[in-house]
Design a binder for this molecule. Sequence first.
Ligand SMILES: Cc1cc2nc3c(=O)[nH]c(=O)nc-3n(C[C@H](O)[C@H](O)[C@H](O)COP(=O)(O)OP(=O)(O)OC[C@H]3O[C@@H](n4cnc5c(N)ncnc54)[C@H](O)[C@@H]3O)c2cc1C
Length: 54
Amino acid sequence: MSILIIGNSAAGVAAAEAVRQMDPLVEVTMVSDEPYSSYSRCVIREVISGKKKT
Ligand SMILES: Cc1cc2nc3c(=O)[nH]c(=O)nc-3n(C[C@H](O)[C@H](O)[C@H](O)COP(=O)(O)OP(=O)(O)OC[C@H]3O[C@@H](n4cnc5c(N)ncnc54)[C@H](O)[C@@H]3O)c2cc1C
């Protein structure tokens, strides 16, 4: 079995974690239309304001 997850944000990461819990060996492919790896949208304002570093 092979799992394809579309989107690498909160829902995608949660789906990958759930799949991994059920089967640690299953092949998981995650695709996104963004050029970035997973990141938290919730901390974007802290990064832009300089409160947090990437
Ligand atoms: C600035 C900001 C601050 C936020 N702060 C908070 C907060 O403090 N607390 C809170 O609870 N929530 C916050 N949120 C909301 C939270 O980030 C979202 O609820 C959460 O990101 C939703 O996750 P999601 O995976 O459902 O969707 P999204 O985050 O929208 O991710 C969907 C992913 O799928 C990809 N995608 C979409 N269509 C396609 C396609 N056709 N092919 C390939 N890839 C595709 C997108 O590029 C994206 O990476 C904030 C959001 C923003 C923008």
